[in-house]
Design a protein around this ligand. Structure first.
Ligand code: IVH
Length: 679
C-alpha cells in the first residue's frame, strides 16, 4: 500500500471511531458531543473513502447500519438460552407473597432486588462474537425467534462493536426495543396526514417497524434499545450480581435504564413502585410496570425456574392504559373558534387509572380513517393526562345495528351553518359570537390563567352567566360589578364569593400586553405567538394596524397566522371588544417605558424556558425575561442565546447542548433576576 493509501485507510478508521463515539454519546448517553452538521460532515468523508475503497469497508462502520433486504425474509433461529417470560403481580399483596416465597426458598433473611421499569416494547437477543454484532433475534416463542439482524443494525443505540479492547468471545445481550413517545406521536401524525393507518401505541409501532422486510423503513423509525440482562456468555466471568452485570453492559456501550435501582427487601420494592409510578407519565417512553429481580446471580441459580418463568423475578404491572369498550353515541362539541369536535360517548370503563366515559374523535377525517360507527366496540387509550383517544375499531365485534356517524350540517347549539374550509380537517360553526357555545369557550379562554387570569370565574359560572345573558362579550365581565344582585343569584354564589370575584376581575385589569393579546383568542395565536408579536410591535395600535406583509416579518409568524391576526382586527365586533376592554380600564405597561427603571438589559437576547422550576412558574419567568427586554421563544435553535432549564428538562436541553447554547439552571436564573432587581 502506498503512503497516501495508508493514510487514507487510517483516516477511515479514525472516522469510524469518531462517528461511533459521536453516535454513542448521542443515542446512548443522551449527551451529544458535536452538532449534527459535524456528524454529517464526518459521515460524508467516510462514505467518500469507502466508495473509493470498497474492499476496506469495516463491519462496524456506521455506513453498514442500513443494508439491503434479506433475500429470503427472516430466518428462524434457536435461542442459545431460552428467552423466558415473567410472572405478573397486580397488587402489593402479590408482591409480598412473592418476596416471602423467595425468602423461604433461598433461606435469606432480607433479599436485595434490582428494580427496573418494565419497558413496553419488544424483547430482543443480540449476539456478539469477539465484540462484533453478528445477530439480532426476536423472542419468538421463547425457544425459536426470527433473525432480524438487518433491522436491528439500523438502531443507533445498538452497538455494532462492544466498546472494549477485550470483549468476551461470545456474548448474548437481552433487552427491549421500544419507540419513545415523541417519535411515536410524530410517526402517527405523519401517517394520519397521509391518510394512512396509524399505530395504536408505541409498542405496536415498534413491533411493526421491526417486522419490515426493508431495513430502510426500519431505519426511518425512531427505535431505541435498552439492555436488561446478559443472556449468555463464553470466556468471561460474570459479576455475581445482576446490577453489576448491567453496569458492565453500560460500559460496553449499551443503553441501560437510568431508573434502575438496587433495593433491600419488600419495603424497598414497594417504595420503588410508588416512586416510578409517580414519574410514569413524565417519562419519554412507555412503561407498563416494574420488573423486580433477585440481584444475586448465585441466589438466582438456586431459585431456578418454573415452566417458562424464573422464580427469582416478577413483573408488577401498572393499571392498563388501554381498554376495550362500546361507543354508545357521538356528540358534537363546539369550541372557542367554532370548531366542531365529535366526541364518542362510551360505556364507562376504567383505564389509565380513571373511569372514562368520553373520548375525542377529533374530526370527520379521523372518523373515516378509523371507520368507526355508533355501537362499535373500540380500543381506547388514555396515557398520562392526555384526553382519551379511540385508537382502533374491533370490526369483528361490530353489532348488526351499528350506524354511521353523521356529521351535522348545522351547529348543534346555535343552528348556524357548519362550513369546512378547503384543505382543512376541521368543520366550523359560522355563528361567531351569536353561538352560545363559542361565546362560552371564548370567555373561558379569556379568563384563563395564562390569559387575563381571573380567579373565581370558573367554567360553570361562565356558562350560567352566558345563559342568563349577563355576558355577551368579554367586556361584560368588567360590567358585572354593576349587577351584584344578579351575581348573587347564581348557584353557589354568596356575599364572600361575589366580593372575591369582583376583586379578581378588578385586579386583572392590570395585565401584560402579551397576555391581553393571547386572551383575545385570535385563531392560531397561542401564548408564544402572542409574546413574539407583542414584543415586535410594542403597541396595540401598531399591532392592530400591521399589514399582512409586516406581520410575516415577525419570526415564527407565517402567512396563515398573519392572516388570522389581520382578519381578527378587520372585524368590527373585535375592534369594539378591544376598545371596550380598554375603556373599562384594562391596561398594561408598554414595552418602551419598561416598568421599573426603563432598562432593558436583555434587549436583543432570545431565551427559551424548559423543565420544572420550583421557585417560579414558567410563565412568571417568561414575564420577567420579557420585562427585561428578552425575547422568549418556544424552541431552541442556533439563534437561542440562553436556555433556562429546570428539573427534568428533556429534548430542549439535549438540543441546546448539541448546539452549544448556554444553559442556565434555576439558581443562576434567580441570581440574575435578583441582580436586575425584578424579583
Ligand atoms: S427481564 C427472565 N427486564 O417483559 C427475565 N424484561 O415477560 C426476562 N421487559 O417480553 C425478562 N422490560 O421483553 C426484563 N427490565 C426488564 C424488562 C423486561 C421489559 C419485557 C421483556 C419480556 C417481558 C417479560
Amino acid at each position: 500500500m502506498s503512503d497516501t493509501q495508508t493514510s487514507s485507510r487510517e483516516e477511515m478508521l479514525t472516522l469510524i471511531r469518531q462517528l461511533n463515539d459521536y453516535s454513542y454519546a448521542y443515542h446512548v448517553k443522551d449527551e451529544p458531543l458535536v452538532p449534527d452538521a459535524e456528524y454529517d460532515r464526518c459521515y460524508r468523508a467516510l462514505q467518500a473513502i469507502e466508495a473509493q475503497h470498497p474492499e476496506w469497508v469495516q463491519a462496524d462502520s456506521p455506513t453498514q447500519r442500513v443494508g439491503e433486504k434479506p433475500d429470503n425474509g427472516f430466518a428462524s433461529v434457536e435461542h442459545t438460552v431460552p428467552m423466558l417470560s415473567l410472572d405478573n403481580a397486580f397488587d402489593n399483596d402479590s408482591m409480598v407473597d412473592f418476596d416471602e416465597r423467595v425468602q423461604k426458598l433461598s433461606q435469606a433473611a432480607v433479599l436485595t432486588y434490582c428494580c427496573e421499569p418494565k419497558l413496553d416494547g419488544l424483547a430482543i437477543s443480540l449476539r456478539y462474537e469477539d465484540g462484533l454484532l453478528v445477530r439480532g433475534v426476536t423472542r419468538g416463542d421463547g425457544l425459536v425467534g426470527e433473525d432480524i439482524t438487518s433491522n436491528i443494525k439500523t438502531i443507533y443505540s445498538v452497538p455494532m462493536r462492544l466498546r472494549t479492547e477485550t470483549p468476551p468471545p461470545v456474548l448474548e445481550v437481552r433487552g427491549e426495543i421500544y419507540m419513545p413517545k415523541e417519535g411515536f406521536e410524530k410517526l402517527n401524525q405523519q401517517a394520519a396526514e397521509k391518510g394512512e393507518k396509524t399505530f395504536v401505541n408505541p409498542r405496536n409501532a415498534a413491533a411493526g417497524s421491526l417486522r419490515q422486510l426493508d431495513p430502510k423503513i426500519t431505519a426511518s423509525r425512531p427505535l431505541v434499545l435498552c439492555a436488561y440482562s446478559i443472556g449468555y456468555v463464553e470466556g468471561w466471568q460474570q459479576p455475581d450480581s445482576h446490577y453489576e452485570g448491567l453496569l458492565q453492559l453500560s460500559e460496553w456501550g449499551f443503553k441501560i435504564n437510568q431508573l434502575m435501582q438496587r433495593v433491600e427487601g419488600i419495603q424497598g420494592c414497594l417504595d420503588y413502585y410508588d416512586k416510578v409510578a409517580a414519574e410514569r407519565d413524565g417519562l419519554s417512553y412507555d412503561i407498563d410496570g416494574i420488573v423486580y429481580k433477585v440481584d444475586s446471580i448465585a441466589q438466582q441459580k438456586q431459585l431456578g425456574f418454573v415452566a417458562r418463568a424464573p422464580r427469582w423475578a416478577i413483573a408488577r404491572k401498572f393499571p392498563a392504559q388501554e381498554e376495550v369498550t362500546q361507543i354508545l353515541g357521538v356528540d358534537f362539541q363546539v369550541g372557542r373558534t367554532g370548531a366542531i369536535t365529535p366526541v364518542a360517548r362510551l360505556q364507562p370503563t376504567f383505564v389509565g387509572g380513571v373511569t372514562v366515559s368520553n373520548a375525542t374523535l377529533h374530526n370527520q377525517d379521523e372518523i373515516e380513517r378509523l371507520g368507526v360507527k355508533v355501537k362499535d366496540w373500540v380500543m381506547i387509550r388514555r396515557a398520562g393526562d392526555v384526553i382519551p383517544q379511540v385508537v382502533q375499531v374491533l370490526t369483528e365485534r361490530r353489532p348488526e345495528d351499528a350506524t354511521e356517524v353523521v356529521f351535522p350540517v348545522q351547529c348543534p347549539v346555535c343552528e348556524s351553518d357548519i362550513e369546512r374550509v378547503e384543505g382543512e380537517a376541521v368543520q366550523r360553526c359560522t355563528g361567531g359570537l351569536v353561538c352560545g357555545a363559542q361565546l362560552k369557550e371564548r370567555l373561558k379562554h379569556f379568563v384563563s390563567r395564562k390569559a387575563m387570569d381571573i380567579d373565581g370565574l370558573g367554567d360553570k359560572l361562565i356558562e350560567q352567566l352566558v345563559d342568563a345573558k349577563l355576558l355577551n362579550t368579554p367586556v361584560d365581565i368588567y360590567r358585572l360589578k354593576e349587577k351584584p344582585a344578579r351575581l348573587l343569584a347564581m348557584e353557589r354564589m354568596g356575599d364572600k364569593s361575589v366580593e372575591k370575584l369582583l376583586n379578581a376581575i378588578e385586579a386583572s385589569k392590570q395585565t401584560l400586553f402579551n397576555r391581553f393579546v393571547y386572551a383575545l383568542g385570535i385563531r392560531e395565536v397561542g401564548e408564544a405567538t402572542a409574546r413574539t408579536v407583542t414584543q415586535y410591535f410594542g403597541t396595540l395600535d401598531a399591532l392592530m394596524n400591521a399589514t399582512q406583509e409586516e406581520l410575516i416579518e415577525v419570526e415564527d409568524v407565517g402567512p396563515i397566522v398573519a392572516q388570522h391576526i389581520r382578519l381578527f382586527f378587520e372585524q368590527e365586533d373585535n375592534v369594539a371588544t378591544v376598545h371596550g376592554l380598554l375603556e373599562q380600564g384594562v391596561h398594561w405597561q408598554m414595552a418602551e417605558s419598561s416598568e421599573d427603571s426603563g432598562e432593558r438589559p436583555l434587549e436583543g437576547k432570545t431565551y427559551v424556558v424548559t423543565g420544572t422550576l420550583s421557585r417560579y412558574s414558567r410563565d412568571e419567568v417568561k414575564d420577567h425575561l420579557i420585562k427585561l427586554g428578552a425575547k422568549v421563544s418556544g424552541s431552541v435553535s442556533g439563534k437561542t442565546d440562553c436556555l433556562v432549564a429546570g428539573e427534568k428538562a428533556g429534548s430542549k436541553l439535549t438540543k441546546a447542548q448539541s448546539l452549544e447554547v448556554p444553559v442556565m439552571d434555576e439558581e443562576a436564573l434567580h441570581e440574575m433576576l435578583t441582580g436586575f432587581g425584578v424579583v
